[in-house]
Design a protein around this ligand. Structure first.
Ligand code: ARG
Length: 457
Protein backbone atom coordinates (compact mmCIF):
# COMPACT_ATOMS: atom_id res chain seq x y z
CA UNK A 1 0.00 0.00 0.00
CA UNK A 2 1.22 3.50 -0.70
CA UNK A 3 1.78 6.26 1.86
CA UNK A 4 -1.23 7.64 3.70
CA UNK A 5 -0.10 11.10 2.59
CA UNK A 6 1.03 9.97 -0.90
CA UNK A 7 -1.47 11.96 -3.02
CA UNK A 8 0.67 15.06 -3.48
CA UNK A 9 3.83 13.16 -4.40
CA UNK A 10 5.05 11.91 -7.75
CA UNK A 11 8.17 10.07 -6.57
CA UNK A 12 8.71 7.44 -3.88
CA UNK A 13 10.55 8.51 -0.73
CA UNK A 14 14.29 7.99 -0.71
CA UNK A 15 14.98 4.89 1.42
CA UNK A 16 17.42 6.73 3.68
CA UNK A 17 14.89 9.50 4.22
CA UNK A 18 12.27 6.95 5.09
CA UNK A 19 14.55 5.42 7.70
CA UNK A 20 15.69 8.79 8.98
CA UNK A 21 12.26 10.31 9.46
CA UNK A 22 10.61 7.22 10.85
CA UNK A 23 9.91 6.97 14.58
CA UNK A 24 8.18 3.60 14.71
CA UNK A 25 11.21 1.90 16.29
CA UNK A 26 10.57 3.85 19.48
CA UNK A 27 7.07 5.37 19.36
CA UNK A 28 5.55 1.89 19.15
CA UNK A 29 5.67 2.14 22.95
CA UNK A 30 2.69 4.50 22.55
CA UNK A 31 0.59 1.95 20.62
CA UNK A 32 -2.00 1.23 23.26
CA UNK A 33 -2.33 4.88 24.27
CA UNK A 34 -2.79 5.77 20.62
CA UNK A 35 -5.65 3.31 20.37
CA UNK A 36 -7.16 4.63 23.60
CA UNK A 37 -7.14 8.13 22.10
CA UNK A 38 -8.68 6.84 18.87
CA UNK A 39 -11.53 5.14 20.72
CA UNK A 40 -12.41 8.43 22.40
CA UNK A 41 -12.13 10.35 19.14
CA UNK A 42 -14.27 7.99 17.05
CA UNK A 43 -16.94 7.76 19.74
CA UNK A 44 -17.17 11.55 19.68
CA UNK A 45 -17.25 11.66 15.85
CA UNK A 46 -20.27 9.34 15.94
CA UNK A 47 -22.09 11.16 18.73
CA UNK A 48 -21.55 14.54 17.07
CA UNK A 49 -22.89 13.21 13.78
CA UNK A 50 -19.64 13.83 11.97
CA UNK A 51 -19.64 10.21 10.87
CA UNK A 52 -22.57 7.82 11.16
CA UNK A 53 -23.03 5.74 14.28
CA UNK A 54 -22.67 2.65 12.16
CA UNK A 55 -19.33 3.83 10.78
CA UNK A 56 -18.18 4.65 14.30
CA UNK A 57 -19.15 1.16 15.44
CA UNK A 58 -17.23 -0.45 12.58
CA UNK A 59 -14.17 1.60 13.37
CA UNK A 60 -14.37 0.69 17.05
CA UNK A 61 -14.62 -2.98 16.14
CA UNK A 62 -11.59 -2.62 13.91
CA UNK A 63 -9.67 -0.84 16.68
CA UNK A 64 -10.47 -3.71 19.03
CA UNK A 65 -8.98 -6.18 16.59
CA UNK A 66 -5.85 -4.08 16.09
CA UNK A 67 -5.55 -3.61 19.86
CA UNK A 68 -5.72 -7.34 20.41
CA UNK A 69 -3.08 -7.97 17.78
CA UNK A 70 -0.79 -5.43 19.42
CA UNK A 71 -1.31 -6.95 22.86
CA UNK A 72 -0.55 -10.42 21.48
CA UNK A 73 2.52 -9.08 19.71
CA UNK A 74 1.02 -10.02 16.35
CA UNK A 75 0.85 -6.56 14.81
CA UNK A 76 3.45 -5.86 12.18
CA UNK A 77 4.76 -2.31 12.08
CA UNK A 78 6.80 -1.01 9.16
CA UNK A 79 9.26 1.83 8.72
CA UNK A 80 7.47 2.70 5.48
CA UNK A 81 4.45 3.74 7.57
CA UNK A 82 6.69 6.09 9.49
CA UNK A 83 5.20 6.28 12.97
CA UNK A 84 2.81 4.54 15.34
CA UNK A 85 -0.14 6.68 14.28
CA UNK A 86 0.05 5.81 10.59
CA UNK A 87 0.97 2.20 11.28
CA UNK A 88 -2.16 1.76 13.35
CA UNK A 89 -4.34 3.55 10.81
CA UNK A 90 -2.92 1.30 8.09
CA UNK A 91 -3.65 -1.82 10.15
CA UNK A 92 -7.17 -0.56 10.81
CA UNK A 93 -7.87 0.00 7.13
CA UNK A 94 -6.47 -3.45 6.36
CA UNK A 95 -8.97 -4.90 8.86
CA UNK A 96 -12.13 -3.00 7.97
CA UNK A 97 -11.54 -1.40 4.60
CA UNK A 98 -11.89 2.26 3.51
CA UNK A 99 -14.27 3.20 6.33
CA UNK A 100 -11.19 3.03 8.59
CA UNK A 101 -10.02 6.14 6.78
CA UNK A 102 -12.81 8.12 8.49
CA UNK A 103 -11.10 7.80 11.89
CA UNK A 104 -8.75 10.66 11.11
CA UNK A 105 -11.58 13.12 10.44
CA UNK A 106 -11.16 16.33 12.43
CA UNK A 107 -7.86 15.16 13.85
CA UNK A 108 -4.17 15.47 12.96
CA UNK A 109 -1.16 13.49 14.02
CA UNK A 110 -0.12 16.64 15.85
CA UNK A 111 -2.89 16.57 18.43
CA UNK A 112 -2.86 12.79 18.28
CA UNK A 113 0.78 12.41 19.28
CA UNK A 114 0.42 15.00 22.04
CA UNK A 115 -2.61 13.12 23.38
CA UNK A 116 -0.70 9.84 23.33
CA UNK A 117 2.12 11.34 25.35
CA UNK A 118 -0.21 12.88 27.91
CA UNK A 119 -1.84 9.46 28.35
CA UNK A 120 1.48 7.63 28.51
CA UNK A 121 3.04 10.00 31.00
CA UNK A 122 0.00 10.03 33.27
CA UNK A 123 0.11 6.26 33.54
CA UNK A 124 3.86 6.15 34.13
CA UNK A 125 3.81 9.00 36.64
CA UNK A 126 1.27 7.09 38.71
CA UNK A 127 3.42 3.95 38.55
CA UNK A 128 6.48 5.92 39.63
CA UNK A 129 4.61 7.44 42.57
CA UNK A 130 3.98 3.91 43.86
CA UNK A 131 7.62 3.00 43.41
CA UNK A 132 8.76 6.11 45.31
CA UNK A 133 6.39 5.13 48.06
CA UNK A 134 7.95 1.66 48.24
CA UNK A 135 11.35 3.28 48.79
CA UNK A 136 9.83 5.45 51.51
CA UNK A 137 8.41 2.34 53.18
CA UNK A 138 11.81 0.66 53.06
CA UNK A 139 13.38 3.71 54.72
CA UNK A 140 10.70 3.77 57.39
CA UNK A 141 11.22 0.03 57.97
CA UNK A 142 14.90 0.53 58.75
CA UNK A 143 14.24 3.75 60.66
CA UNK A 144 11.74 1.92 62.84
CA UNK A 145 14.44 -0.35 64.27
CA UNK A 146 17.24 2.19 64.49
CA UNK A 147 16.03 5.23 66.38
CA UNK A 148 18.56 4.57 69.11
CA UNK A 149 21.37 3.47 66.83
CA UNK A 150 23.93 6.25 66.87
CA UNK A 151 26.47 7.11 64.19
CA UNK A 152 28.63 10.15 63.47
CA UNK A 153 26.88 12.95 61.67
CA UNK A 154 29.15 14.78 59.23
CA UNK A 155 29.63 18.20 57.76
CA UNK A 156 32.39 18.59 55.16
CA UNK A 157 32.67 14.80 55.57
CA UNK A 158 34.34 15.51 58.92
CA UNK A 159 32.79 14.11 62.08
CA UNK A 160 30.50 16.82 63.41
CA UNK A 161 27.92 15.64 65.96
CA UNK A 162 26.48 12.18 66.57
CA UNK A 163 23.00 11.52 65.24
CA UNK A 164 20.39 8.80 65.34
CA UNK A 165 20.61 6.49 62.31
CA UNK A 166 16.84 6.80 61.86
CA UNK A 167 17.21 10.55 61.71
CA UNK A 168 19.72 10.14 58.90
CA UNK A 169 17.47 7.75 56.97
CA UNK A 170 14.41 9.92 57.49
CA UNK A 171 16.23 12.86 55.91
CA UNK A 172 15.98 10.83 52.67
CA UNK A 173 12.38 9.96 53.43
CA UNK A 174 11.44 13.66 53.25
CA UNK A 175 13.39 14.18 50.03
CA UNK A 176 11.39 11.35 48.47
CA UNK A 177 8.21 12.77 49.98
CA UNK A 178 8.78 16.02 48.08
CA UNK A 179 9.54 14.06 44.91
CA UNK A 180 6.29 12.19 45.33
CA UNK A 181 4.36 15.42 45.89
CA UNK A 182 5.94 16.96 42.79
CA UNK A 183 4.94 13.93 40.71
CA UNK A 184 1.41 14.08 42.10
CA UNK A 185 1.14 17.77 41.40
CA UNK A 186 2.42 17.39 37.85
CA UNK A 187 -0.56 15.19 37.01
CA UNK A 188 -2.73 18.33 37.12
CA UNK A 189 -0.93 19.64 34.05
CA UNK A 190 -0.52 16.26 32.36
CA UNK A 191 -4.29 16.12 32.57
CA UNK A 192 -4.87 18.85 29.98
CA UNK A 193 -6.35 17.50 26.76
CA UNK A 194 -4.81 18.53 23.42
CA UNK A 195 -7.17 16.32 21.41
CA UNK A 196 -9.20 18.28 18.89
CA UNK A 197 -6.59 21.00 18.40
CA UNK A 198 -6.07 19.21 15.08
CA UNK A 199 -3.00 20.25 13.07
CA UNK A 200 -2.62 23.67 14.72
CA UNK A 201 -5.73 25.76 14.20
CA UNK A 202 -8.68 23.62 15.18
CA UNK A 203 -11.10 22.08 12.68
CA UNK A 204 -14.28 23.07 10.81
CA UNK A 205 -16.03 19.88 12.03
CA UNK A 206 -18.41 20.32 14.98
CA UNK A 207 -16.23 18.27 17.33
CA UNK A 208 -16.70 18.17 21.09
CA UNK A 209 -13.38 18.48 22.86
CA UNK A 210 -14.94 18.35 26.32
CA UNK A 211 -16.40 14.97 25.46
CA UNK A 212 -13.10 13.40 24.40
CA UNK A 213 -11.32 14.97 27.36
CA UNK A 214 -13.83 13.42 29.71
CA UNK A 215 -13.65 9.99 28.06
CA UNK A 216 -9.90 10.05 28.44
CA UNK A 217 -10.03 11.15 32.06
CA UNK A 218 -8.48 14.57 31.37
CA UNK A 219 -9.82 17.37 33.49
CA UNK A 220 -9.02 20.41 31.40
CA UNK A 221 -9.01 21.22 27.68
CA UNK A 222 -6.12 23.29 26.31
CA UNK A 223 -7.84 26.61 25.54
CA UNK A 224 -5.46 27.35 22.63
CA UNK A 225 -4.96 24.95 19.73
CA UNK A 226 -1.47 26.27 18.91
CA UNK A 227 -0.37 25.75 22.48
CA UNK A 228 -2.03 22.32 22.64
CA UNK A 229 0.05 20.86 19.81
CA UNK A 230 3.33 22.55 20.59
CA UNK A 231 3.36 22.23 24.38
CA UNK A 232 5.89 19.82 25.81
CA UNK A 233 6.08 21.53 29.22
CA UNK A 234 4.52 18.52 30.86
CA UNK A 235 7.46 16.41 29.67
CA UNK A 236 9.98 19.07 30.69
CA UNK A 237 8.34 19.12 34.09
CA UNK A 238 8.53 15.36 34.34
CA UNK A 239 12.21 15.39 33.39
CA UNK A 240 12.92 18.15 35.92
CA UNK A 241 11.17 16.27 38.70
CA UNK A 242 13.00 13.12 37.62
CA UNK A 243 16.34 14.93 37.74
CA UNK A 244 15.71 16.00 41.32
CA UNK A 245 14.53 12.50 42.21
CA UNK A 246 17.58 10.80 40.72
CA UNK A 247 19.76 13.33 42.57
CA UNK A 248 18.30 12.06 45.82
CA UNK A 249 18.78 8.45 44.75
CA UNK A 250 22.36 9.27 43.85
CA UNK A 251 23.18 10.95 47.14
CA UNK A 252 21.76 8.04 49.09
CA UNK A 253 23.67 5.61 46.88
CA UNK A 254 26.87 7.52 47.50
CA UNK A 255 26.37 7.11 51.25
CA UNK A 256 25.65 3.39 50.90
CA UNK A 257 28.85 3.01 48.91
CA UNK A 258 30.86 4.91 51.52
CA UNK A 259 29.24 3.12 54.43
CA UNK A 260 29.91 -0.31 52.97
CA UNK A 261 33.62 0.46 52.43
CA UNK A 262 36.08 -1.08 54.89
CA UNK A 263 36.96 2.44 56.02
CA UNK A 264 33.43 3.16 57.29
CA UNK A 265 32.07 -0.35 57.69
CA UNK A 266 28.67 0.90 58.88
CA UNK A 267 26.44 -1.26 56.71
CA UNK A 268 26.64 -4.42 54.70
CA UNK A 269 24.56 -4.70 51.56
CA UNK A 270 22.98 -8.09 51.04
CA UNK A 271 24.95 -10.50 48.82
CA UNK A 272 22.00 -10.57 46.44
CA UNK A 273 22.59 -6.89 45.66
CA UNK A 274 26.35 -7.01 45.14
CA UNK A 275 28.69 -8.52 42.59
CA UNK A 276 32.22 -9.88 42.66
CA UNK A 277 35.46 -9.20 40.88
CA UNK A 278 36.75 -11.45 38.11
CA UNK A 279 40.30 -11.14 39.43
CA UNK A 280 40.23 -10.18 43.13
CA UNK A 281 38.51 -13.01 45.01
CA UNK A 282 37.97 -11.02 48.22
CA UNK A 283 35.80 -8.34 46.61
CA UNK A 284 32.15 -7.66 47.11
CA UNK A 285 31.33 -4.62 45.05
CA UNK A 286 28.36 -2.28 45.60
CA UNK A 287 27.55 -2.26 41.87
CA UNK A 288 23.88 -1.51 42.35
CA UNK A 289 24.27 1.80 44.23
CA UNK A 290 27.15 2.69 41.91
CA UNK A 291 24.92 2.23 38.89
CA UNK A 292 22.08 4.12 40.56
CA UNK A 293 24.52 7.00 41.07
CA UNK A 294 25.75 6.64 37.50
CA UNK A 295 22.26 6.69 35.96
CA UNK A 296 21.95 10.30 37.07
CA UNK A 297 23.91 11.41 34.02
CA UNK A 298 21.45 10.13 31.47
CA UNK A 299 18.44 11.66 33.21
CA UNK A 300 20.08 15.10 33.45
CA UNK A 301 21.05 14.58 29.80
CA UNK A 302 17.45 13.84 28.83
CA UNK A 303 16.31 17.06 30.52
CA UNK A 304 19.02 19.10 28.79
CA UNK A 305 18.20 17.41 25.51
CA UNK A 306 14.56 18.39 25.57
CA UNK A 307 15.20 21.93 26.83
CA UNK A 308 17.65 22.42 23.99
CA UNK A 309 15.32 20.84 21.47
CA UNK A 310 12.46 23.18 22.32
CA UNK A 311 14.37 26.39 22.86
CA UNK A 312 14.30 27.83 19.35
CA UNK A 313 11.16 26.24 17.93
CA UNK A 314 8.57 28.48 16.34
CA UNK A 315 4.89 27.59 16.77
CA UNK A 316 3.40 25.18 16.21
CA UNK A 317 4.42 21.56 15.47
CA UNK A 318 7.89 20.99 14.03
CA UNK A 319 9.35 17.62 13.15
CA UNK A 320 12.12 18.30 15.69
CA UNK A 321 9.51 17.43 18.27
CA UNK A 322 9.59 13.78 17.29
CA UNK A 323 12.87 13.81 19.26
CA UNK A 324 10.93 14.41 22.48
CA UNK A 325 10.15 10.75 23.02
CA UNK A 326 13.25 8.68 23.60
CA UNK A 327 14.48 10.80 26.51
CA UNK A 328 11.06 10.55 28.12
CA UNK A 329 10.89 6.76 27.68
CA UNK A 330 14.46 6.39 28.86
CA UNK A 331 13.80 8.46 31.98
CA UNK A 332 10.67 6.48 32.85
CA UNK A 333 12.49 3.18 32.39
CA UNK A 334 15.63 4.30 34.21
CA UNK A 335 13.65 5.48 37.22
CA UNK A 336 11.51 2.39 37.20
CA UNK A 337 14.62 0.22 37.36
CA UNK A 338 16.33 2.38 39.98
CA UNK A 339 13.41 2.62 42.38
CA UNK A 340 12.52 -1.07 41.98
CA UNK A 341 16.01 -2.04 43.15
CA UNK A 342 16.49 0.61 45.77
CA UNK A 343 13.57 -0.49 47.95
CA UNK A 344 14.56 -4.15 48.44
CA UNK A 345 18.25 -3.23 48.72
CA UNK A 346 17.45 -0.90 51.63
CA UNK A 347 15.19 -3.47 53.25
CA UNK A 348 17.83 -6.19 53.16
CA UNK A 349 20.75 -4.00 54.22
CA UNK A 350 22.49 -5.05 57.45
CA UNK A 351 23.19 -2.17 59.82
CA UNK A 352 26.37 -2.56 61.84
CA UNK A 353 25.29 -0.79 64.99
CA UNK A 354 28.40 -1.71 67.00
CA UNK A 355 30.72 -0.17 64.41
CA UNK A 356 28.64 2.99 64.26
CA UNK A 357 28.70 3.29 68.03
CA UNK A 358 32.44 2.67 68.17
CA UNK A 359 33.02 5.40 65.62
CA UNK A 360 31.15 7.86 67.78
CA UNK A 361 33.18 6.90 70.83
CA UNK A 362 36.43 7.44 69.03
CA UNK A 363 36.06 11.03 67.94
CA UNK A 364 35.61 14.56 69.23
CA UNK A 365 32.04 14.96 68.05
CA UNK A 366 30.87 15.73 71.59
CA UNK A 367 32.97 18.92 71.71
CA UNK A 368 29.98 21.18 71.02
CA UNK A 369 28.33 19.71 74.08
CA UNK A 370 31.16 20.83 76.37
CA UNK A 371 30.84 24.30 74.92
CA UNK A 372 27.11 24.18 75.60
CA UNK A 373 27.89 22.92 79.14
CA UNK A 374 29.96 26.03 79.89
CA UNK A 375 27.49 28.30 78.14
CA UNK A 376 24.64 26.99 80.26
CA UNK A 377 26.77 27.87 83.29
CA UNK A 378 26.96 31.44 82.13
CA UNK A 379 30.06 31.68 79.96
CA UNK A 380 29.21 33.39 76.64
CA UNK A 381 29.13 30.71 73.91
CA UNK A 382 31.87 32.40 71.89
CA UNK A 383 34.26 32.26 74.87
CA UNK A 384 33.20 28.70 75.68
CA UNK A 385 33.99 27.77 72.04
CA UNK A 386 37.52 29.14 72.46
CA UNK A 387 38.09 27.20 75.71
CA UNK A 388 36.87 23.93 74.20
CA UNK A 389 39.01 24.46 71.11
CA UNK A 390 42.00 24.51 73.44
CA UNK A 391 40.74 21.43 75.30
CA UNK A 392 40.37 19.51 72.01
CA UNK A 393 43.85 20.54 70.93
CA UNK A 394 45.23 19.44 74.30
CA UNK A 395 43.35 16.12 74.18
CA UNK A 396 44.63 15.37 70.67
CA UNK A 397 48.19 16.03 71.85
CA UNK A 398 47.63 13.70 74.80
CA UNK A 399 46.09 11.11 72.48
CA UNK A 400 42.95 11.02 74.58
CA UNK A 401 39.25 11.43 73.77
CA UNK A 402 37.23 14.03 75.66
CA UNK A 403 35.64 11.46 77.94
CA UNK A 404 39.12 10.30 78.96
CA UNK A 405 40.36 13.62 80.34
CA UNK A 406 40.51 13.73 84.16
CA UNK A 407 38.58 16.18 86.33
CA UNK A 408 41.85 17.90 87.11
CA UNK A 409 42.59 18.35 83.46
CA UNK A 410 39.13 19.89 82.91
CA UNK A 411 39.50 22.17 85.94
CA UNK A 412 42.79 23.36 84.48
CA UNK A 413 40.75 24.93 81.65
CA UNK A 414 37.79 26.23 83.67
CA UNK A 415 36.48 26.20 87.26
CA UNK A 416 32.99 25.70 85.92
CA UNK A 417 33.60 21.99 85.18
CA UNK A 418 32.10 19.48 87.60
CA UNK A 419 31.66 15.68 87.68
CA UNK A 420 28.43 15.77 85.65
CA UNK A 421 30.43 16.69 82.56
CA UNK A 422 31.12 12.97 81.92
CA UNK A 423 27.48 12.06 81.75
CA UNK A 424 26.79 15.05 79.48
CA UNK A 425 29.49 13.86 77.06
CA UNK A 426 28.23 10.30 76.68
CA UNK A 427 27.12 9.79 73.06
CA UNK A 428 23.55 8.77 73.94
CA UNK A 429 23.16 11.85 76.06
CA UNK A 430 24.62 14.03 73.33
CA UNK A 431 22.04 12.77 70.85
CA UNK A 432 19.10 12.74 73.27
CA UNK A 433 19.84 16.33 74.29
CA UNK A 434 19.14 17.69 70.78
CA UNK A 435 15.45 17.70 71.45
CA UNK A 436 14.55 20.84 69.52
CA UNK A 437 11.82 20.45 66.91
CA UNK A 438 13.11 18.34 64.01
CA UNK A 439 16.34 17.59 65.87
CA UNK A 440 17.99 14.21 66.34
CA UNK A 441 16.93 13.84 70.00
CA UNK A 442 15.28 10.42 70.36
CA UNK A 443 11.91 11.88 71.37
CA UNK A 444 11.93 14.05 68.28
CA UNK A 445 12.90 11.13 66.05
CA UNK A 446 10.06 8.99 67.39
CA UNK A 447 7.66 11.82 66.58
CA UNK A 448 9.17 12.25 63.13
CA UNK A 449 8.87 8.54 62.44
CA UNK A 450 5.21 8.68 63.34
CA UNK A 451 4.70 11.60 60.99
CA UNK A 452 6.56 9.77 58.22
CA UNK A 453 4.28 6.77 58.62
CA UNK A 454 1.29 9.02 58.17
CA UNK A 455 2.66 10.08 54.77
CA UNK A 456 2.73 6.60 53.30
CA UNK A 457 -0.17 4.32 52.32
N1 ARG B 1 5.79 10.95 14.64
C1 ARG B 1 5.45 12.32 14.82
C2 ARG B 1 6.04 12.82 16.11
O1 ARG B 1 6.27 12.04 16.97
C3 ARG B 1 3.96 12.49 14.88
C4 ARG B 1 3.51 13.85 14.50
C5 ARG B 1 3.82 14.05 13.06
N2 ARG B 1 3.21 15.21 12.53
C6 ARG B 1 3.60 15.71 11.36
N3 ARG B 1 2.96 16.75 10.97
N4 ARG B 1 4.57 15.20 10.68
O2 ARG B 1 6.31 13.99 16.29
Amino acid sequence: MSKLWGGRFTKPTNKLVEEYTSSISFDKKLALHDIQGSFAHVEMLGKCDIISLDEAAQIKQGLEIVQKKIKNDEAEFTVADEDIHMNIEKLLIEEIGPVGGKLHTGRSRNDQVATDMHLYLREKTKDLIHLVEAVQSALVGQADTHVETILPGYTHLQRAQPVSFSHHLLAYFWMFERDKQRLQDSIKRINWSPLGAAALAGTPYPIDREMTAETLGFDYVYPNSLDAVSDRDFILEFLSISSILITHISRLSEELILWSSQEFNFVELDDAFCTGSSIMPQKKNPDVPELLRGKTGRIYGNLMGLLTLLKGLPLAYNKDMQEDKEGMFDTVETLDGALSLLAPMLESMEVKQANMKQAVQEDYSNATDIADYLAVKGLPFRQAHEVIGKIVLYAIEQQKYLLELTMDEYKGFSDLFEEDIYEKLAPDHVVAARNSQGGTGFDQVYKQLQLAKEHIN
